[in-house]
Structure formats: structure tokens, C-alpha cells
Design a protein around this ligand. Structure first.
Ligand code: SF4
Length: 403
């Protein structure tokens, strides 16, 4: 680390005057206690929730698991926030998420007796348009409950092939029900996420980094990372910038953070953020990103990426890494021996590929060549869909069905 970077976090600590946003960083082994402390360092829950407010707590529980593997927000963190919202006078607290969220993850906590669970996919919807949207320019469905509630955003800290990290900004993808998320990938993922953040800005963001997740997220394999840390702020960009820094990234390299800052959602310059509590430098630990360690792919595939976005390449590399982890590479080797390396094309391209047996055109930018090979959409495409698509096509070819 450069010497001047070491001073970044010291200015706001110890009560110095600071004009920028404030981010609380708290470490400890008791999840409820550190969540409470983080909110108290920001002035207490009654600064964000008033008597009579309805509150929606939005954890990341799309991939629901009871195990402590860094995939979903821990129930104790949610429990602390539900308690604090009620203590601040909330008239009703909901805990809502799309997809797989199940009640049993909260067994052993008081969440089920204190709050109402909402699975967004089963909720009543409003059709909304976002003024000034850059990606979601059409009407789409969101749960009605969003209109009447203040939102407390509670992601878990993970790396992510499509967005590099998934923190408070990315967690708001969950505003859209699972059946409509394809729109987001068709419209441009990063600006869609920012559009959603503008639609309903949380009053508070609390990142659960008690157990984070590294590896080949959102596919396989992945590993938990014990950090025993909670990070909180009203500023989504600032809290993500500090969390990304603790995860070993430079916030400048996270496109979602940079774009959100440019669109006025918050501060990403660490020198302008007041950090209260722990010094992030003392917690910093690089989370690994397996899709970037995938040189093996070049043995079996030829990548043509020209001017493609990194997100497109990362999504494809993540999907292929998952094939290797789950199914091995013997069948791909057989393909290479019989037909030569399959070609993978991502990003805009003037001409189709000629003279090759197997060509995958992946991502919306290659849609014009969809009849020239095997095409799959997305902007960027979903890593798990790429995993299934590439694997099924190659196996189909070996069975003599696709070529
Ligand atoms: S290369 Fe094209 S399809 Fe892929 S993420 Fe970029 S804009 Fe979207």
C-alpha cells in the first residue's frame, strides 16, 4: 500500500470534524452486538426510523441456506435490526426478499415473532417507471410494500463475477421479483441496479461481513471468509466503497461503485468518507475471485472478446469455471480432440466467425450473429446460465444432436 493511503481512514476517527458521509465499521464475535453498535455509532436507529413508520428490512437471502457459508445475511444481524426498528417506534416491520427466502432460516431468533415475512414473488405488485432511468426505461413490477415502507438494506459481503462485489447497491436487485430479473440483464445490469437504487433509496445500509464469501460467486466453488465485521451507513456508495476496500479492492476498480457515484448516489472517495470505529486497514484481506484465475480455459476454448466489457468476460469465465468444478473437463477435451477448440465470442463484432465448427455467441452484443452459432443473451449474461448452456450444447454435440 502507498504510504499516503495509510492516512486515509484516520481523519474521521476520534471525533475530528468531517464534511463527508459517515461509515461505521465494527468488529466482534457477537453478531447482534456489533450490528447494534454500528447503528449506534451512526446516531441510533431513531435517527432513521420514526414512531409509526413501516419498515422493510431487505436482507440477501435469495440463495437461501441455513449454513454459515457467507451466502446469505445472517439471521442474527436481521434480528438486531428488527429489534432496533421496533424500539425506535416502527408500527410494523417486514423482512422481504425475492426468490428462495424461507422462514426456517430465522429459527432460533425472534425475527418470526417480531416481523412479517414477505416473499416478493408472492406479493402484490405495482407497475412503476423510474424517472431518469438509464437502463430500466420501461414499466416493470415491484412489490407494493416498497411504496409504504422505509427500507433498511442488509446485504452480505461477497465477490461476484458480474459486478466484482455484491454489497448494498447490488442487493437492491432483489426489489424485482425473480421472474422479472431477466429484464435487468437484458437492459444492462449495472445501470439497472443504479436505477433501482434511485427508485427507493434505503434509509440505512448495514453490510453483514461477519462471514463473507469469496471464490467463483455466483456459481461454484465458493468459500466462506470469517471477518466478524459489520459496516453501516446511510450512503450506499460510501458503505460499498469502504467494504470493497476491506475486501482488498480499490473502489475505483469496481465499476458499479464508480457509476453510482457518477450518477449522484453517494461518495466513493475514501479520503472524503468519515470512518467511525475500526480502522479498515487493520481488517483488510483480499477476497479471491476464482474467475480471474482461469488460465486453464485457454487450453480448451478460444476467446474472442475485442471490446467486450469485463463483466461479460467474467460472467463467461465464472460459468466455465463452474463447469470444471461440477462436471470436470473430460467431455470438453473430447470436443477439442474431435472438432478443435470451441470459439467463444463476446462483445460487439462486425463479422461472424468463419471456418470453425463450434462457435458460441454470448451476450446481447453478439445477438446479430445468433443464427451463425450457439447464442445466449444477457448484458452481461448470467454465469449460471452460461454454465448450463455451454455444458448442454457441448454434450449435445458429443451425442450427435447439435451439429
Ligand atoms: S459486452 Fe455487450 S453484452 Fe456484454 S456486458 Fe458489455 S454491453 Fe453487455
Amino acid at each position: 500500500m502507498r504510504k499516503r493511503d495509510k492516512d486515509i481512514f484516520t481523519k474521521g476517527v476520534n471525533g475530528c470534524k468531517h464534511l463527508g458521509p459517515r461509515v461505521a465499521v465494527v468488529r466482534g464475535s457477537d453478531r447482534k452486538a456489533i450490528t447494534r453498535k454500528a447503528v449506534e455509532l451512526l446516531g441510533g436507529m431513531d435517527k432513521f426510523i420514526s414512531k409509526g413508520d413501516k419498515v422493510l428490512i431487505k436482507p440477501n437471502m435469495f440463495t437461501n441456506t441455513k449454513e454459515d457459508i457467507g451466502f446469505s445475511t445472517r439471521p442474527q444481524v436481521v434480528e438486531a435490526l428488527v429489534e432496533m426498528a421496533l424500539e425506535a417506534g416502527a408500527s410494523k416491520v417486514y423482512v422481504g426478499e425475492r426468490g428462495a427466502m424461507q422462514r426456517d432460516i430465522f429459527e432460533g431468533t425472534r425475527v418470526l415473532e417480531m416481523a412479517e415475512m414477505i416473499r416478493f414473488d408472492d406479493a402484490d405488485f405495482d407497475i412503476v417507471r423510474i424517472p431518469g432511468a438509464k437502463a430500466l426505461k420501461f414499466g416493470f413490477r415491484i412489490p407494493k410494500i416498497l411504496r409504504e415502507c422505509k427500507v433498511i438494506n442488509v446485504p452480505v459481503a461477497k465477490v461476484h463475477a458480474l459486478t466484482q462485489v455484491t454489497l448494498s447497491l447490488k442487493n437492491l436487485m432483489g426489489y424485482i421479483c425473480a421472474c422479472d430479473t431477466g429484464y435487468v440483464h437484458l437492459s444492462g445490469l449495472l445501470n439497472s441496479i443504479i436505477d433501482l437504487s434511485i427508485l427507493k433509496k434505503p434509509v440505512l445500509n448495514v453490510i453483514d461481513m461477519t462471514t463473507g464469501c469469496e471464490g467463483n460467486v455466483p456459481a461454484f466453488p465458493t468459500s466462506p471468509v470469517k471477518m466478524n465485521t459489520v459496516i453501516a451507513s446511510t450512503d450506499m456508495v460510501a458503505v460499498d466503497a469502504v467494504a470493497a476496500y476491506i475486501m482488498g479492492f480499490d473502489p475505483q476498480e469496481i465499476r458499479l461503485i464508480v457509476l453510482a457515484h457518477k450518477r449522484g448516489l453517494g461518495e466513493m472517495d475514501l479520503k472524503k468518507i468519515e470512518i467511525i470505529g475500526e480502522n479498515p486497514d487493520a481488517l483488510r484481506r483480499r477476497f479471491n475471485t476464482l474467475w480471474t484465475e482461469s488460465d486453464w480455459i485457454d487450453e480448451y476454448f478460444e476467446f474472442i472478446k475485442d471490446t467486450a466489457c469485463d463483466a461479460c468476460e467474467n460472467a463467461v469465465r465464472c460459468g466455465l469455471t463452474a463447469i470444471k468444478a461440477l462436471e470436470g473437463v473430460d467431455f470438453i477435451k473430447e470436443i477439442v480432440d474431435r472438432y478443435g477448440k470451441p470459439v467463444i465470442v463476446i462483445g460487439p463484432r462486425e463479422k461472424p466467425i468463419e471456418g470453425r465448427k463450434i462457435v458460441f455467441y454470448l451476450g446481447n452484443c453478439t445477438a446479430r450473429w445468433m443464427d451463425e452459432g450457439f447464442y445466449h443473451p444477457g448484458c452481461p449474461p448470467l454465469a449460471n446460465q452460461i454454465r448450463v448452456f455451454v455444458s448442454e450444447v457441448l454434450k449435445g454435440i458429443l451425442r450427435g444432436e447439435c451439429i
